[in-house]
Write a protein that binds this ligand. Structure first.
Ligand code: GTP
Ligand code: MG
Length: 451
C-alpha cells in the first residue's frame, strides 16, 4: 500500500538526516523533493500546494532550524500536516435516534458497494448491533443473488425481493421488516454505473428520501486516483454524502485518492477496504495512515488486530500456565494459530515499525510459509516432546525433521527460539522483564496477558 510514495519520502528524509544542521536551502531542496513525490503519487495539485505551504511556513521558522535534530523536526511537521490533510480525527458512523439506523451505500460500478456492505454489516454485528442487508440493486442481473449469498455466509439476514419491484418499495418494506424484528442497522446496497448519470442519481435520491439514512457512504476505488476524487465531488454535489470509503487500498494505489479526497470534497473518510475478504475493512485513522506513508509502521492498527485475534480467555490460561508450570511447545502451537488468525503476515509486517523496509523484499506468502513450517515441526513431535522439549536428542530431532519435511537445522532453530521465550517467561514469572517480552512479541506484553 502506497509503497512507492513511502520509499521516495524515506529517501528524502534520510538525505536530510545525515546533514545535522540544516540551512534554508537544504529545507527548500527537501520540500521540492517531497512535492515531486506527492505529484508523482497523483495527489491533487491544490492539495500539494496547500500542504507544502503549511509545512514550509513551519519548517523555515525557528522551530526547526535551531533544534538539535532538524531532520526529525521536519518529519514531525510533515507527519502532522499529512494528518491534517487526511482529516485529523477518525470519524465514527452516525446512528439514528430512532432505530433502525440506515446506511446507504452508493458508488460507481465495481467500486465495492456490495462487498463493503457485507464487511460493514459484519463489523456492526461484532460490535453487538443487529444489522440487515437490503438488496436494492435491481439493475444488474445477479446482484440480488450476490448480496444474499455473501450475507448468508456471514450469518447476516438479507432482505430481498423480486428484481421487478422498485428499489424504493424494497427499501420501505425492508425498513418495516427491520422494525418488526427489532434490527438496529439497515445497510442498503444500490446499483452502480460506469459513470455518474442522471438515471442513477434520480434513483439514489428517491431511495434516500424513502429511507432517510443517517449515513450516505460512497465507495471509491482508490486505484482510480484523481478520478475517484472527481466522482466523489459529483456524488456529494448531487446527493450529499456523509462519509467516504476507500476500497482496494491493498492494490497498487499510488496514494493520490487517499491524500486528496478529504481535502477536495470536505467529506470525511470513514473506512478503507484492504482486501477481498470480509475482515478486510478498517476504520480510517488519519494518523495511522500518515505514519504508514512515512514508513513509521502502524503500531496502533497492529495492536488493534492482535487484540481482536487473540482469544482473551486463552491468553489468560496461557498466562496462568506461564506462572505455574511454565511454557511449552503446545502453547507455541496455539500462539502460531492465533497469529495466522490475524491475517496475512505480509499485511502485519507492513504495519510494524522498521519492518516496512523489508516488506517489499518479502515475497507474498513467504512469512506464512515460515509459520506453517514451524507448525509442521511442532505437529511432528510427540506429546511428550512438546511438553518436555529437553528430551529431544539427535535421533528425535532427525525423526521430527523427517516427519515435518524440514531439516534438523530448522528443528534446532525452533527449539532455540523456544528456549529464549521460556527464559523470558521464567523471568517474567519472577516479575521481571516485561520489556523483553514486549520486544519479543513486538507489542506491549500487558495488552495481551494482563486483563
Ligand atoms: N482487493 C480488493 N478488492 C476489493 C475490495 N473491495 C471490493 N473488492 C473487489 O472488487 C470487486 C467489485 O466489488 P463489488 O462489491 O461487487 O462492487 P459493486 O460496487 O457492488 O459493483 P456493482 O454491483 O457491479 O456496481 C469484487 O471482485 C470485490 O471482491 C478491496 O478493498 N480490495
Ligand atoms: Mg454490487
Amino acid at each position: 500500500m502506497l509503497e512507492i510514495l513511502t520509499q521516495k519520502l524515506d529517501t528524502v528524509f534520510r538525505k536530510l538526516s545525515v546533514k545535522g544542521k540544516l540551512s534554508e536551502k537544504d529545507i527548500d531542496e527537501a520540500l521540492r523533493q517531497v512535492r515531486l513525490a506527492l505529484l508523482e503519487a497523483d495527489v491533487n495539485f491544490k492539495v500539494v500546494k496547500e500542504f507544502l505551504s503549511r509545512v514550509q511556513e513551519r519548517a523555515i521558522g525557528t522551530e526547526v532550524m535551531q533544534s538539535l535534530t532538524p531532520a526529525q523536526q521536519i518529519i514531525k511537521i510533515v507527519n502532522q500536516e499529512l494528518i491534517a490533510i487526511l482529516g485529523q480525527e477518525p470519524c465514527n458512523l452516525t446512528s439514528a435516534i430512532r432505530l433502525p439506523a440506515v446506511a446507504l451505500l452508493v458508488g460507481l460500478q465495481g467500486s465495492g458497494k456490495t462487498t463493503t456492505a457485507v464487511k460493514l454489516a459484519v463489523q456492526l454485528k461484532q460490535q453487538g448491533h443487529r444489522p440487515l442487508l437490503v438488496a436494492a440493486d435491481t439493475r444488474r442481473p445477479a446482484a440480488i443473488q450476490q448480496l444474499k449469498l455473501l450475507g448468508e455466509q456471514q450469518g447476516i439476514p438479507v432482505y430481498t425481493e423480486n428484481a421487478e419491484v422498485a428499489p424504493t418499495t424494497i427499501c420501505n418494506h425492508a425498513l418495516g421488516y427491520a422494525k418488526e424484528t427489532e434490527l438496529t442497522w439497515v445497510i442498503i446496497d444500490t446499483q452502480g454505473r460506469l459513470h455518474v448519470d442522471e438515471a442513477m442519481m434520480t434513483e439514489l435520491t428517491d431511495i434516500k428520501s424513502a429511507s432517510l439514512p443517517s449515513e450516505v457512504l460512497l465507495t471509491v476505488d482508490a486505484m482510480t486516483g484523481q478520478d475517484a476524487v472527481r466522482v466523489a465531488r459529483e456524488f456529494h454535489e448531487r446527493i450529499r454524502l456523509t462519509g467516504l470509503i476507500l476500497t482496494k487500498m491493498d492494490g497498487d494505489a499510488r496514494g493520490g485518492a487517499a491524500l486528496s479526497i478529504r481535502f477536495v470534497t470536505g467529506v470525511p473518510i470513514k473506512f478503507m477496504g484492504i482486501g477481498e475478504k470480509v475482515a478486510d475493512l478498517e476504520r480510517f485513522y488519519p494518523d495511522r495512515l500518515a505514519s504508514r506513508i512515512l514508513g513509521m509502521g502502524d503500531m496502533l492498527t497492529f495492536i488493534d488486530r492482535t487484540e481482536k485475534a487473540f482469544d482473551q480467555q486463552q491468553a489468560k490460561q496461557i498466562e496462568r500456565k506461564m506462572r505455574t508450570t511454565g511454557f511449552n511447545l503446545e502453547d507455541i502451537l496455539n500462539q502460531l494459530r492465533q497469529i495466522q488468525k490475524m491475517g496475512s503476515l505480509s499485511q502485519l509486517v507492513e504495519m510494524l515499525p522498521g519492518f516496512s523496509k523489508l516488506a517489499p523484499d518479502l515475497p507474498d506468502g513467504e512469512g506464512e510459509a515460515r509459520l506453517k513450517k514451524m507448525e509442521a515441526i511442532v505437529w511432528s513431535m510427540t506429546v511428550e516432546e512438546r511438553r518436555q522439549p529437553g528430551i529431544i536428542n539427535g535421533s528425535r530431532r532427525r525423526r521430527i525433521a523427517h516427519g515435518s519435511g524440514t531439516t534438523p537445522q530448522d528443528v534446532n532453530r525452533l527449539l532455540s527460539q523456544f528456549y529464549q521465550i521460556q527464559k523470558l517467561t521464567r523471568a517474567m514469572a519472577r516479575g521481571k522483564s516485561h520489556g523483553n517480552m514486549q520486544k519479543l512479541l513486538g507489542v506491549p506484553y500487558d495488552r495481551f496477558y494482563s486483563r
